[in-house]
Design a protein around this ligand. Structure first.
Ligand code: GCU
Length: 413
């Protein structure tokens, strides 16, 4: 089925199941040349690399080349926070190449009582200093979306914006559960605007080049790349157990987390919170946000090649259940919210269900239910899912489930 009509018609938002067009998902377990994938080995040798290549070429864009390892500046190793519950550590990775420099700041709160604890790694939206009202957190100098009411003006953060996202980061609850938190401002890696002159992208430009080529990385792939570079750092940090890094992201940062977990097997688990279109949700349903809408509102997120699928979802060689399947057999949590129809909760659930086929190939059950659960009734398993009552957000309720999930999945069998 090919959708025709004007872009405006194609953009009429579907919020009603009756209007979801008929669609057929590309099969997970059949290679492009028609070979049935029946064994883990075939998945790993044939289908997984093929899908990674398709996502990279057609959706996220490939990384144009190596970037030298960063200089590592340790600003603080042993800060005390949360009444001594946490050790605060702050590290700056300075990437440099061809006379360019890019500082990326890492903030860590590690449970003082648990050496080498597992950690959650997640990007934040407004700067590291926004996650806690802690005067010791270094302020980012990167471009940030303006939020005058939060003290973010002229695209720069100020003292006033300390702790403004603290509700999204229940750090004490995380620490009390025996986990650490590692967070980075995503705009340090690439500012979230349709401008390819800043962030990591220009590092590989040839003379006169102003943006990546059509098959090269957009912002989403740059953010995923950044998460892998943070992982490189964590592997070398003696305070962290790099075998137990749980990637987590909300919304656009959930999209980035999924691509990072799919492409980098070092991440032990992945949690997608309300990631929606081009995150966990199936594109072919065209429910809520669509490929055409995301491409026109955020032209910098995906690669140039991806633009040709605006309104032509059926032509995509992949769909998002394949992205989730690339994380198998690692634990995966997909979460939606009732008032976040834009992100297509049912499409996120169905995608997780479809991806479970690959978990089964590995001999583990993925999502353990066929029916869409009631609000606030999480379904736990190697692939977990919940739909929370409320709006597009990441809340303490969401975190409670993620902590429980991580504890269950880390328990020795
Ligand atoms: C917009 C966008 C979504 C995205 C969200 C967010 O709503 O359309 O795709 O997930 O922003 O990042 O909050």
């Amino acid at each position: 089925l090919i959708v025709t009509g004007s872009l405006a018609q194609r953009q009429a938002t579907i919020y009603d199941e009756e209007n979801v067009p008929e669609y057929q998902l590309p099969p997970l377990l059949k290679s492009q040349n028609g070979r049935n994938i029946k064994k883990v080995k075939q998945w790993e040798k044939i289908r997984r690399p093929e899908l990674l290549r398709l996502f990279s070429q057609e959706v996220y864009g490939k990384i144009p080349g190596e970037i030298p390892a960063p200089e590592i500046i340790i600003h603080e190793t042993n800060g005390s926070a949360f009444y001594g519950k946490a050790v605060r550590k702050q590290v700056e990775l300075v990437f440099s190449m061809n006379d360019r420099e890019l500082p990326v700041n890492i903030l860590m709160y590690l449970p003082a009582a648990t050496p080498k604890a597992p950690v959650f790694l997640g990007y934040n939206f407004l700067g590291n200093h926004s996650v806690a009202d802690d005067p010791n957190i270094r302020l980012t100098e990167s471009w940030v979306y303006d939020h005058p009411s939060l003290g973010i003006v002229h695209n720069q953060v100020t003292e006033q914006s300390r702790g403004v996202s603290a509700e999204n980061w229940p750090i004490e609850m995380i620490l009390d559960a025996g986990f650490g938190l590692v967070t980075v401002y995503y705009g340090d890696v690439d500012p979230d605007r349709d401008n390819f002159s800043d962030g990591i992208h220009p590092f590989h430009y040839k003379a006169g080049q102003e943006k990546p080529r059509p098959d090269e990385w957009g912002s989403m792939a740059a953010w995923a790349w950044g998460l892998s570079r943070v992982m490189d750092y964590l592997e070398a940090d003696e305070l962290v157990n790099a075998q137990e890094v749980i990637l987590l992201g909300h919304s656009r940062l959930g999209k980035a987390a999924l691509w990072a977990a799919a492409s980098d097997p070092r991440f032990a688990m992945c949690i997608s919170n309300n990631s929606g279109c081009m995150g966990a949700a199936l594109s072919r349903r065209r429910f809520g946000e669509t490929v055409a809408v995301v491409n026109s509102n955020f032209p910098h997120w995906f690669c140039g090649n991806f633009k040709k699928y605006s309104g032509y979802e059926d032509e995509l060689p992949v769909d998002q259940h394949m992205l989730l399947a690339l994380i198998a057999p690692r634990p995966l949590y997909v979460a939606s919210a009732t008032e976040d129809q834009w992100a297509d909760p049912l499409g996120e659930f169905l995608s997780a269900k479809q991806a479970s086929e690959v978990y089964q190939l590995f001999g583990v059950e993925g999502l353990t239910t066929d029916s869409f659960p009631a609000p606030d009734q999480p379904v736990f398993g190697r692939v977990s899912y919940h739909i929370r009552t409320g709006k597009h957000d990441i809340t303490p309720f969401d975190w409670e489930q993620y902590l429980k999930f991580a504890q269950q999945q880390l328990e020795p069998e």
